[in-house]
Design a protein around this ligand. Structure first.
Ligand code: FES
Ligand SMILES: [Fe+2]
Length: 433
Protein backbone atom coordinates (compact mmCIF):
# COMPACT_ATOMS: atom_id res chain seq x y z
CA UNK A 1 0.00 0.00 0.00
CA UNK A 2 1.41 3.42 -0.86
CA UNK A 3 1.36 6.01 1.92
CA UNK A 4 -0.78 9.08 1.16
CA UNK A 5 2.33 11.27 1.10
CA UNK A 6 3.90 8.94 -1.47
CA UNK A 7 0.77 9.14 -3.63
CA UNK A 8 0.95 12.94 -3.52
CA UNK A 9 4.66 12.90 -4.37
CA UNK A 10 4.06 10.63 -7.36
CA UNK A 11 1.20 12.81 -8.60
CA UNK A 12 3.33 15.92 -8.32
CA UNK A 13 6.24 14.26 -10.08
CA UNK A 14 4.02 13.15 -12.98
CA UNK A 15 3.07 16.79 -13.55
CA UNK A 16 6.68 17.82 -13.16
CA UNK A 17 7.78 15.28 -15.79
CA UNK A 18 5.49 16.89 -18.36
CA UNK A 19 7.10 20.28 -17.71
CA UNK A 20 10.73 19.21 -18.20
CA UNK A 21 12.61 20.54 -21.19
CA UNK A 22 15.58 18.20 -20.63
CA UNK A 23 16.28 15.00 -18.69
CA UNK A 24 16.35 15.59 -14.93
CA UNK A 25 19.47 17.18 -13.50
CA UNK A 26 22.19 14.65 -12.87
CA UNK A 27 20.46 11.83 -14.69
CA UNK A 28 23.25 9.81 -16.30
CA UNK A 29 23.69 9.78 -20.06
CA UNK A 30 22.92 6.23 -21.09
CA UNK A 31 25.74 4.85 -23.24
CA UNK A 32 24.74 2.95 -26.39
CA UNK A 33 24.07 -0.71 -25.67
CA UNK A 34 25.97 -3.20 -27.86
CA UNK A 35 23.76 -4.67 -30.58
CA UNK A 36 25.05 -8.17 -29.91
CA UNK A 37 23.18 -8.32 -26.62
CA UNK A 38 20.19 -9.26 -28.81
CA UNK A 39 21.98 -11.45 -31.34
CA UNK A 40 24.94 -13.16 -29.71
CA UNK A 41 24.65 -16.87 -28.86
CA UNK A 42 27.25 -16.26 -26.18
CA UNK A 43 25.15 -13.65 -24.38
CA UNK A 44 22.09 -15.86 -24.74
CA UNK A 45 23.94 -18.75 -23.07
CA UNK A 46 24.96 -16.45 -20.20
CA UNK A 47 21.34 -15.35 -19.75
CA UNK A 48 20.20 -18.95 -19.62
CA UNK A 49 22.85 -19.99 -17.14
CA UNK A 50 22.74 -17.04 -14.79
CA UNK A 51 19.43 -15.20 -15.20
CA UNK A 52 16.93 -17.98 -15.75
CA UNK A 53 18.67 -20.39 -13.36
CA UNK A 54 18.91 -17.91 -10.50
CA UNK A 55 15.86 -15.64 -10.65
CA UNK A 56 12.40 -16.11 -9.20
CA UNK A 57 10.18 -16.97 -12.15
CA UNK A 58 6.40 -16.85 -12.49
CA UNK A 59 5.16 -20.42 -12.67
CA UNK A 60 1.42 -20.31 -12.26
CA UNK A 61 -1.61 -19.70 -10.09
CA UNK A 62 -2.91 -21.81 -7.24
CA UNK A 63 -6.20 -22.20 -9.19
CA UNK A 64 -4.28 -24.49 -11.57
CA UNK A 65 -3.59 -26.92 -8.72
CA UNK A 66 -6.41 -26.01 -6.34
CA UNK A 67 -6.59 -29.10 -4.13
CA UNK A 68 -4.16 -31.34 -2.26
CA UNK A 69 -2.83 -33.90 -4.73
CA UNK A 70 -3.16 -31.62 -7.77
CA UNK A 71 -0.05 -31.21 -9.85
CA UNK A 72 1.03 -29.49 -13.06
CA UNK A 73 3.99 -29.86 -15.36
CA UNK A 74 6.01 -26.76 -16.07
CA UNK A 75 8.88 -26.36 -18.49
CA UNK A 76 9.08 -22.70 -19.40
CA UNK A 77 12.66 -22.34 -18.23
CA UNK A 78 14.50 -25.38 -19.50
CA UNK A 79 14.47 -28.30 -17.09
CA UNK A 80 11.06 -29.95 -16.85
CA UNK A 81 9.59 -29.67 -13.40
CA UNK A 82 6.38 -30.61 -11.66
CA UNK A 83 4.57 -28.31 -9.24
CA UNK A 84 2.58 -30.20 -6.64
CA UNK A 85 -0.09 -29.12 -4.18
CA UNK A 86 0.95 -31.47 -1.39
CA UNK A 87 -1.44 -33.61 0.63
CA UNK A 88 -0.25 -31.46 3.56
CA UNK A 89 -1.41 -28.28 1.75
CA UNK A 90 2.11 -27.07 0.91
CA UNK A 91 2.88 -26.20 -2.71
CA UNK A 92 6.25 -27.59 -3.81
CA UNK A 93 8.22 -27.95 -7.02
CA UNK A 94 10.42 -30.85 -8.09
CA UNK A 95 12.46 -31.77 -11.10
CA UNK A 96 10.18 -34.07 -13.07
CA UNK A 97 12.90 -36.66 -13.20
CA UNK A 98 12.62 -40.08 -11.59
CA UNK A 99 15.55 -40.91 -9.34
CA UNK A 100 15.74 -44.40 -10.85
CA UNK A 101 16.52 -44.10 -14.55
CA UNK A 102 15.39 -40.61 -15.29
CA UNK A 103 11.92 -41.10 -16.75
CA UNK A 104 9.50 -38.23 -16.18
CA UNK A 105 7.48 -38.98 -13.06
CA UNK A 106 4.48 -37.05 -14.35
CA UNK A 107 3.46 -37.33 -17.99
CA UNK A 108 0.23 -35.31 -18.17
CA UNK A 109 0.14 -31.53 -18.05
CA UNK A 110 -2.24 -31.63 -15.08
CA UNK A 111 -3.49 -34.31 -12.78
CA UNK A 112 -4.46 -35.26 -9.26
CA UNK A 113 -3.12 -38.09 -7.15
CA UNK A 114 -2.09 -38.65 -3.56
CA UNK A 115 1.15 -40.26 -4.80
CA UNK A 116 3.35 -39.57 -7.83
CA UNK A 117 4.26 -42.77 -9.60
CA UNK A 118 6.81 -43.12 -12.38
CA UNK A 119 5.31 -45.16 -15.19
CA UNK A 120 8.54 -46.94 -16.14
CA UNK A 121 9.07 -49.19 -13.06
CA UNK A 122 6.47 -47.70 -10.73
CA UNK A 123 8.77 -46.02 -8.26
CA UNK A 124 6.37 -44.06 -6.10
CA UNK A 125 6.83 -40.75 -4.35
CA UNK A 126 4.74 -38.90 -1.78
CA UNK A 127 3.60 -35.39 -2.69
CA UNK A 128 6.44 -34.05 -0.53
CA UNK A 129 8.90 -35.84 -2.84
CA UNK A 130 9.82 -38.71 -0.50
CA UNK A 131 10.43 -42.01 -2.27
CA UNK A 132 8.08 -44.51 -0.64
CA UNK A 133 7.71 -47.35 -3.10
CA UNK A 134 10.25 -49.41 -5.08
CA UNK A 135 8.84 -52.58 -6.64
CA UNK A 136 10.96 -55.69 -6.18
CA UNK A 137 12.92 -53.96 -3.51
CA UNK A 138 14.69 -57.26 -2.68
CA UNK A 139 16.70 -57.00 -5.91
CA UNK A 140 18.39 -53.79 -4.76
CA UNK A 141 21.17 -54.03 -2.17
CA UNK A 142 19.96 -54.42 1.42
CA UNK A 143 21.48 -51.06 2.38
CA UNK A 144 19.84 -49.24 -0.56
CA UNK A 145 18.80 -45.98 1.08
CA UNK A 146 15.45 -44.81 -0.25
CA UNK A 147 15.49 -41.76 2.01
CA UNK A 148 18.16 -40.06 -0.09
CA UNK A 149 16.44 -40.80 -3.41
CA UNK A 150 13.44 -38.53 -3.15
CA UNK A 151 12.50 -36.19 -5.98
CA UNK A 152 14.96 -33.33 -6.20
CA UNK A 153 13.32 -30.07 -5.14
CA UNK A 154 13.24 -26.77 -6.97
CA UNK A 155 12.68 -23.65 -4.83
CA UNK A 156 9.01 -22.76 -4.86
CA UNK A 157 7.24 -19.94 -3.09
CA UNK A 158 3.97 -18.10 -3.34
CA UNK A 159 3.09 -14.45 -3.39
CA UNK A 160 -0.54 -14.70 -2.39
CA UNK A 161 -1.95 -17.25 -4.82
CA UNK A 162 0.74 -16.74 -7.44
CA UNK A 163 3.39 -19.44 -7.64
CA UNK A 164 7.04 -18.64 -8.34
CA UNK A 165 9.97 -21.02 -8.75
CA UNK A 166 13.73 -20.61 -8.61
CA UNK A 167 16.33 -23.18 -9.67
CA UNK A 168 18.97 -21.68 -7.39
CA UNK A 169 19.03 -23.26 -3.92
CA UNK A 170 21.01 -20.24 -2.67
CA UNK A 171 18.69 -17.56 -4.04
CA UNK A 172 17.24 -14.99 -1.63
CA UNK A 173 13.65 -15.53 -0.51
CA UNK A 174 10.89 -14.47 -2.90
CA UNK A 175 9.93 -11.62 -0.55
CA UNK A 176 13.49 -10.33 -0.50
CA UNK A 177 13.56 -10.64 -4.29
CA UNK A 178 10.41 -8.52 -4.61
CA UNK A 179 11.76 -5.95 -2.14
CA UNK A 180 9.59 -2.81 -1.92
CA UNK A 181 7.28 -4.15 -4.62
CA UNK A 182 5.80 -6.68 -2.20
CA UNK A 183 4.41 -3.84 -0.09
CA UNK A 184 3.24 -1.85 -3.10
CA UNK A 185 1.41 -4.92 -4.38
CA UNK A 186 -0.56 -5.40 -1.15
CA UNK A 187 -3.45 -3.45 -2.57
CA UNK A 188 -3.84 -5.73 -5.59
CA UNK A 189 -5.01 -8.61 -3.42
CA UNK A 190 -2.68 -11.29 -4.77
CA UNK A 191 -4.02 -13.47 -1.97
CA UNK A 192 -7.58 -13.32 -3.38
CA UNK A 193 -7.31 -12.90 -7.15
CA UNK A 194 -8.39 -15.81 -9.33
CA UNK A 195 -6.84 -17.03 -12.54
CA UNK A 196 -9.14 -15.96 -15.37
CA UNK A 197 -7.10 -16.70 -18.50
CA UNK A 198 -3.67 -17.98 -19.49
CA UNK A 199 -2.58 -18.46 -23.10
CA UNK A 200 0.78 -18.63 -24.81
CA UNK A 201 2.03 -17.59 -28.24
CA UNK A 202 5.29 -18.15 -30.08
CA UNK A 203 7.13 -15.07 -31.32
CA UNK A 204 10.05 -14.94 -33.74
CA UNK A 205 12.32 -12.56 -31.89
CA UNK A 206 14.66 -12.46 -28.94
CA UNK A 207 12.80 -12.36 -25.60
CA UNK A 208 14.24 -8.93 -24.76
CA UNK A 209 13.00 -7.47 -28.05
CA UNK A 210 9.50 -8.67 -27.19
CA UNK A 211 9.61 -7.59 -23.58
CA UNK A 212 11.11 -4.16 -24.14
CA UNK A 213 8.11 -3.22 -26.28
CA UNK A 214 6.34 -3.14 -22.91
CA UNK A 215 8.97 -1.29 -20.93
CA UNK A 216 8.69 2.24 -22.22
CA UNK A 217 5.87 4.61 -23.13
CA UNK A 218 7.87 6.38 -25.85
CA UNK A 219 6.19 4.10 -28.44
CA UNK A 220 2.64 4.60 -27.18
CA UNK A 221 1.53 7.52 -29.40
CA UNK A 222 3.05 5.87 -32.49
CA UNK A 223 2.23 2.17 -32.10
CA UNK A 224 -1.00 2.54 -30.16
CA UNK A 225 -2.66 5.74 -31.43
CA UNK A 226 -6.20 4.50 -30.89
CA UNK A 227 -5.81 1.80 -28.22
CA UNK A 228 -3.41 2.82 -25.45
CA UNK A 229 -2.70 6.46 -26.31
CA UNK A 230 -6.18 7.68 -25.26
CA UNK A 231 -5.50 6.23 -21.80
CA UNK A 232 -1.86 7.11 -21.22
CA UNK A 233 -0.34 10.58 -21.24
CA UNK A 234 3.20 9.55 -22.09
CA UNK A 235 4.52 13.05 -21.34
CA UNK A 236 3.41 12.72 -17.72
CA UNK A 237 4.88 9.24 -17.34
CA UNK A 238 7.01 8.64 -14.25
CA UNK A 239 9.52 5.76 -14.21
CA UNK A 240 10.85 4.38 -10.96
CA UNK A 241 13.70 1.92 -10.77
CA UNK A 242 13.87 -0.59 -7.91
CA UNK A 243 16.78 -2.65 -6.62
CA UNK A 244 17.28 -5.89 -8.53
CA UNK A 245 16.25 -4.60 -11.96
CA UNK A 246 12.53 -4.25 -11.21
CA UNK A 247 10.79 -1.05 -12.29
CA UNK A 248 7.46 0.76 -12.41
CA UNK A 249 5.88 3.19 -14.85
CA UNK A 250 2.91 5.25 -13.90
CA UNK A 251 1.07 7.73 -16.08
CA UNK A 252 -2.26 9.50 -15.84
CA UNK A 253 -4.70 9.61 -18.75
CA UNK A 254 -4.54 12.61 -21.07
CA UNK A 255 -6.36 15.54 -19.50
CA UNK A 256 -9.36 15.16 -21.77
CA UNK A 257 -9.95 11.52 -20.74
CA UNK A 258 -11.60 10.37 -17.57
CA UNK A 259 -9.86 7.08 -16.82
CA UNK A 260 -12.59 5.74 -14.55
CA UNK A 261 -15.15 6.45 -17.25
CA UNK A 262 -13.10 4.50 -19.80
CA UNK A 263 -12.65 1.61 -17.39
CA UNK A 264 -16.36 1.46 -16.73
CA UNK A 265 -16.96 1.01 -20.46
CA UNK A 266 -14.20 -1.65 -20.75
CA UNK A 267 -15.23 -3.65 -17.79
CA UNK A 268 -18.69 -5.07 -17.34
CA UNK A 269 -20.08 -4.54 -13.85
CA UNK A 270 -20.00 -8.24 -13.01
CA UNK A 271 -16.18 -8.04 -13.04
CA UNK A 272 -15.71 -7.27 -9.43
CA UNK A 273 -13.26 -4.50 -8.70
CA UNK A 274 -10.32 -5.06 -6.38
CA UNK A 275 -11.70 -2.73 -3.75
CA UNK A 276 -8.40 -2.24 -1.94
CA UNK A 277 -6.72 -0.63 -4.95
CA UNK A 278 -5.80 2.97 -4.22
CA UNK A 279 -6.17 6.20 -6.12
CA UNK A 280 -3.24 5.71 -8.52
CA UNK A 281 -4.27 2.19 -9.49
CA UNK A 282 -7.75 3.48 -10.24
CA UNK A 283 -6.93 6.68 -12.04
CA UNK A 284 -3.62 5.99 -13.80
CA UNK A 285 -2.01 3.33 -15.92
CA UNK A 286 0.79 1.67 -14.04
CA UNK A 287 2.95 -1.20 -15.06
CA UNK A 288 5.61 -3.13 -13.19
CA UNK A 289 8.56 -4.97 -14.64
CA UNK A 290 9.50 -7.78 -12.33
CA UNK A 291 12.99 -8.92 -13.22
CA UNK A 292 13.66 -10.87 -15.32
CA UNK A 293 10.64 -11.53 -17.53
CA UNK A 294 7.31 -10.33 -16.10
CA UNK A 295 5.60 -7.10 -17.11
CA UNK A 296 2.20 -6.33 -15.64
CA UNK A 297 -0.07 -3.34 -15.75
CA UNK A 298 -2.00 -3.45 -12.48
CA UNK A 299 -5.36 -1.82 -11.90
CA UNK A 300 -8.49 -2.10 -9.83
CA UNK A 301 -9.81 -4.62 -12.37
CA UNK A 302 -6.90 -6.86 -13.30
CA UNK A 303 -3.53 -8.35 -12.49
CA UNK A 304 -2.61 -9.31 -16.05
CA UNK A 305 1.08 -10.21 -16.42
CA UNK A 306 2.79 -10.69 -19.75
CA UNK A 307 5.60 -13.19 -19.29
CA UNK A 308 8.44 -13.62 -21.80
CA UNK A 309 10.23 -16.97 -22.06
CA UNK A 310 13.27 -17.36 -24.28
CA UNK A 311 12.92 -20.55 -26.31
CA UNK A 312 16.05 -19.86 -28.39
CA UNK A 313 18.18 -16.84 -29.25
CA UNK A 314 15.60 -15.71 -31.79
CA UNK A 315 12.33 -17.11 -30.45
CA UNK A 316 10.15 -16.34 -27.47
CA UNK A 317 7.11 -17.84 -25.82
CA UNK A 318 4.81 -15.03 -24.71
CA UNK A 319 2.37 -15.93 -21.97
CA UNK A 320 -0.65 -13.69 -21.61
CA UNK A 321 -2.24 -14.10 -18.21
CA UNK A 322 -5.29 -12.44 -16.71
CA UNK A 323 -6.02 -12.59 -13.01
CA UNK A 324 -9.00 -10.81 -11.53
CA UNK A 325 -10.94 -10.80 -8.31
CA UNK A 326 -14.24 -12.29 -9.43
CA UNK A 327 -16.61 -12.25 -12.38
CA UNK A 328 -19.83 -13.73 -11.11
CA UNK A 329 -21.47 -16.20 -13.45
CA UNK A 330 -20.26 -14.46 -16.61
CA UNK A 331 -17.38 -15.57 -18.81
CA UNK A 332 -13.94 -15.19 -17.26
CA UNK A 333 -12.33 -11.88 -18.22
CA UNK A 334 -9.37 -12.06 -20.55
CA UNK A 335 -7.57 -8.79 -21.01
CA UNK A 336 -5.08 -9.87 -23.64
CA UNK A 337 -6.64 -12.36 -26.02
CA UNK A 338 -9.74 -12.66 -28.16
CA UNK A 339 -11.51 -15.75 -29.56
CA UNK A 340 -10.11 -16.97 -32.87
CA UNK A 341 -11.07 -20.34 -34.35
CA UNK A 342 -8.00 -20.74 -36.50
CA UNK A 343 -5.51 -20.35 -33.66
CA UNK A 344 -4.06 -23.49 -32.04
CA UNK A 345 -5.41 -22.61 -28.61
CA UNK A 346 -8.58 -21.01 -29.93
CA UNK A 347 -7.40 -17.52 -29.02
CA UNK A 348 -5.67 -14.70 -30.82
CA UNK A 349 -3.69 -11.89 -29.22
CA UNK A 350 -5.74 -8.76 -28.55
CA UNK A 351 -5.30 -5.67 -30.74
CA UNK A 352 -2.98 -4.01 -28.21
CA UNK A 353 -0.68 -7.03 -28.04
CA UNK A 354 -0.74 -7.39 -31.82
CA UNK A 355 0.39 -3.78 -32.04
CA UNK A 356 3.21 -4.43 -29.58
CA UNK A 357 4.41 -7.64 -31.22
CA UNK A 358 3.92 -6.70 -34.87
CA UNK A 359 7.53 -5.66 -35.49
CA UNK A 360 9.29 -8.32 -33.42
CA UNK A 361 10.28 -10.67 -36.21
CA UNK A 362 11.32 -7.89 -38.58
CA UNK A 363 13.27 -6.17 -35.78
CA UNK A 364 15.12 -9.39 -35.03
CA UNK A 365 16.07 -9.87 -38.68
CA UNK A 366 17.12 -6.28 -38.99
CA UNK A 367 19.11 -6.50 -35.77
CA UNK A 368 21.07 -9.39 -37.24
CA UNK A 369 22.13 -7.24 -40.20
CA UNK A 370 25.46 -5.42 -40.36
CA UNK A 371 23.65 -2.11 -39.99
CA UNK A 372 22.59 -2.68 -36.42
CA UNK A 373 25.48 -1.40 -34.34
CA UNK A 374 24.17 -0.22 -31.00
CA UNK A 375 21.13 1.02 -29.12
CA UNK A 376 20.87 4.60 -27.84
CA UNK A 377 18.21 4.95 -25.16
CA UNK A 378 16.49 8.09 -23.94
CA UNK A 379 15.68 9.06 -20.36
CA UNK A 380 12.13 7.87 -21.07
CA UNK A 381 13.53 4.42 -21.91
CA UNK A 382 15.69 4.17 -18.79
CA UNK A 383 13.73 1.19 -17.48
CA UNK A 384 15.21 -0.82 -20.34
CA UNK A 385 18.75 0.30 -19.53
CA UNK A 386 18.28 -0.46 -15.86
CA UNK A 387 16.96 -3.92 -16.77
CA UNK A 388 20.08 -4.55 -18.88
CA UNK A 389 22.28 -3.41 -16.01
CA UNK A 390 20.55 -5.98 -13.82
CA UNK A 391 21.07 -8.67 -16.49
CA UNK A 392 24.82 -8.07 -16.45
CA UNK A 393 24.92 -8.00 -12.66
CA UNK A 394 22.97 -11.26 -12.48
CA UNK A 395 25.37 -12.87 -14.98
CA UNK A 396 28.31 -11.41 -13.07
CA UNK A 397 29.85 -8.39 -14.73
CA UNK A 398 33.22 -10.10 -15.14
CA UNK A 399 31.54 -13.03 -16.89
CA UNK A 400 30.17 -10.75 -19.61
CA UNK A 401 32.68 -10.32 -22.46
CA UNK A 402 33.72 -6.68 -22.60
CA UNK A 403 32.27 -6.11 -26.06
CA UNK A 404 28.84 -7.24 -24.81
CA UNK A 405 28.85 -5.50 -21.44
CA UNK A 406 27.09 -2.26 -20.60
CA UNK A 407 28.33 0.32 -18.15
CA UNK A 408 26.51 0.46 -14.84
CA UNK A 409 25.78 4.17 -15.12
CA UNK A 410 22.44 4.23 -13.28
CA UNK A 411 23.70 4.30 -9.73
CA UNK A 412 21.89 3.67 -6.47
CA UNK A 413 21.19 7.38 -6.22
CA UNK A 414 18.56 6.85 -8.96
CA UNK A 415 17.17 3.64 -7.52
CA UNK A 416 14.30 3.41 -5.01
CA UNK A 417 14.03 4.79 -2.35
CA UNK A 418 16.26 7.52 -3.75
CA UNK A 419 14.82 9.93 -6.25
CA UNK A 420 16.75 13.11 -7.02
CA UNK A 421 13.78 14.36 -9.07
CA UNK A 422 11.84 15.10 -5.89
CA UNK A 423 14.48 17.54 -4.68
CA UNK A 424 14.78 19.12 -8.10
CA UNK A 425 11.02 19.59 -8.28
CA UNK A 426 10.85 21.17 -4.81
CA UNK A 427 13.77 23.48 -5.54
CA UNK A 428 12.14 24.63 -8.76
CA UNK A 429 8.90 25.27 -6.89
CA UNK A 430 10.68 27.33 -4.26
CA UNK A 431 12.54 29.31 -6.91
CA UNK A 432 9.22 30.04 -8.63
CA UNK A 433 7.57 31.31 -5.46
S1 FES B 1 12.75 -44.69 -14.29
FE1 FES B 1 11.22 -44.28 -12.87
S2 FES B 1 10.82 -46.18 -11.98
FE2 FES B 1 12.42 -46.59 -13.34
FE1 LIG C 1 2.86 -1.10 -26.16
Amino acid sequence: MLEPAEVERIKALMEWEAGRDAPPEGFPTLPDMPAARYTSPEYYALEQEHIFRKSWLFAGHLDEIPEPGCYMRWHNAGDPIVIVHGMDGVVRAFYNTCRHRGAPVVTEDRGKSSRLMCGYHNWTYKTDGTLVGVPERQDFPPDFDMSCRGLLPVRCDMFGKVIFVNFDPDAPSLLDWLGPIAREWDEFAFDRIRLAARHSFELNCNWKVAMEANMEVYHVPFIHPTTVAPLVDSKRNLNTMYPGGHARMIAPPPRQTDREHVRAIDSPPEWQQIETVGELGRSCTQSYTLFPNWVSPLSNYFVPPLVFWPTSLTTTRLELVTMALDWGDGPAPDLWTVPEDSQPNGRQMSPIILEDTQFGEAIQQSMQSAAFRSVPLSYQEARIYSFHQACDRMIGIDNVPEELRIEQVIGEDWVWPNDPRTRQMLEERQAAE
